[in-house]
Ligand binder design. Structure first.
Ligand SMILES: Cc1cc2nc3c(=O)[nH]c(=O)nc-3n(C[C@H](O)[C@H](O)[C@H](O)COP(=O)(O)OP(=O)(O)OC[C@H]3O[C@@H](n4cnc5c(N)ncnc54)[C@H](O)[C@@H]3O)c2cc1C
Length: 343
């Protein structure tokens, strides 16, 4: 007779795979379900902020991928460069990152993976929902999508000149567009749009029209399909069901609007909290700490969305408050501090 696993994890994205690794290493018996097969792409800006890189380094190391030293914000002809105050970020294609992490999970002692297999209900002592923004467990622990609703698009292209060691963020009237080095001569291009102004050809259109970009596009060749995702930001007020011994992790536990660039870093840097809670049985502690981190990221996201509501406002902020931009980045990267907390 086979013994029941200690922990069943549903979802083999960064949150689920990293948690499986942490638990397996601590001696737990884990079953990890992933309904897709790898490699698979996922709509994403693919930038991992330095605290996410540090969390990965602590857990398992980092995959081979382009490093970035900071960000470049542009709007209405204004441009501000900001370096990360400490460490470097990573731009890593999701087909590569997720395959790499899932493989590490599969190779971890105590972890049994069921790839290409949707979770059917058979579970261990603890059940973890790491199944993303459309988690099936939101039926039990409801989620509230952010407003205004936004839509994300992402793809990879060849043919954009001057993409170096920064993630470039261009603000326009209906959202932002992100350009970053993806390695092997490819460029990640992602866009976030107010859904009322969303158009399927939005990225291609903006690449051809935005100042600071249009002159750099030389024979745009798309190398991966255009992927879309909505809704983007999500709030989940309760992420633990004590009676069912169920907890949520990663995006399923709530995620800030991707304007913060913090989704993966939040998922990875919360892995230790989740693993510790499962191993010690202190699920309530996980709920309060993880929710506090999520609130902080969401507050930052709301501020960034307000500052960039129109291209004109974003340009005004970059021009008149360029000195505040590094401070905002520090807030985003320093999980302990919270100067944005409402008094
Ligand atoms: C347009 C866009 C841009 C973004 N840009 C960035 C960025 O630049 N930087 C950043 O850090 N974050 C970014 N994010 C956020 C980031 O993509 C997420 O925070 C991250 O993917 C969360 O990881 P996760 O493991 O929680 O969920 P996911 O990556 O969504 O993984 C969930 C997994 O669960 C599986 N699954 C679902 N249901 C089941 C089931 N029933 N049974 C088995 N498996 C199941 C899915 O197949 C999937 O593999 C962006 C998001 C979007 C939409």
């Amino acid at each position: 007779m086979t013994r029941q696993p200690d922990v069943t994890i549903v979802g083999g994205g960064p949150a689920g795979s990293s948690l499986a690794i942490a638990l397996g290493r601590a001696g737990a018996r884990v079953v990890l379900y992933e309904k897709a097969t790898f490699p698979r792409l996922k709509p994403c800006g693919e930038g991992l902020l330095p605290h996410g890189v540090a969390a990965l380094e602590r857990l398992i190391g980092v995959p081979d991928a382009p490093r970035v030293r900071g960000l470049r914000f542009s709007a209405g002809g204004e441009t501000v460069d900001v370096d990360f105050p400490a460490g470097t970020g990573l731009v890593v294609r999701r087909d590569r990152l997720d395959t790499w992490l899932f493989t590490q999970a599969r190779e971890t002692a105590g972890v049994d993976v069921r790839v290409g297999t949707e979770f059917c209900g058979e579970r261990g002592r603890v059940l973890v929902g790491a199944d993303g923004t459309r988690s099936r467990f939101h039926r039990l622990l409801p989620a509230i999508p952010d407003r205004p609703r936004r839509v994300g698009l992402s793809t990879h292209v060849r043919g954009i000149a001057g993409v170096k060691d920064r993630v470039e963020v261009f603000f326009h009237d209906h959202g932002e567009i992100y350009v970053a080095p993806a390695g092997d001569g490819e460029t990640l291009v992602a866009g976030l749009f107010d859904y009322r102004h969303f158009r399927r050809d939005g990225l291609r259109h903006l690449l051809g029209t935005l100042p600071g970009l249009r002159d750099r596009v030389e024979g745009f060749e798309q190398t991966t399909p255009m992927l879309a995702s909505a809704p983007l930001g999500l709030r989940v007020p309760r992420i633990v069901d004590h009676e069912r011994q169920l907890l949520l992790a990663g995006d399923a536990a709530g995620c800030p609007d991707p304007i913060t660039g913090d989704g993966m870093a939040l998922a990875l840097s919360s892995t230790e909290l989740a693993a510790d809670a499962i191993l010690t049985g202190r699920l309530g502690q996980y709920q309060s700490r993880r929710l506090a981190r999520g609130r902080r990221a969401r507050r930052l996201g709301r501020l960034m969305l307000w500052l960039s509501r129109t291209e004109r406002r974003a340009a005004w902020f970059l021009r008149d408050f360029s000195g505040v931009v590094p401070l905002l980045l520090e807030v985003a990267l320093e999980p302990g501090a919270d100067p944005l907390r409402a008094k």
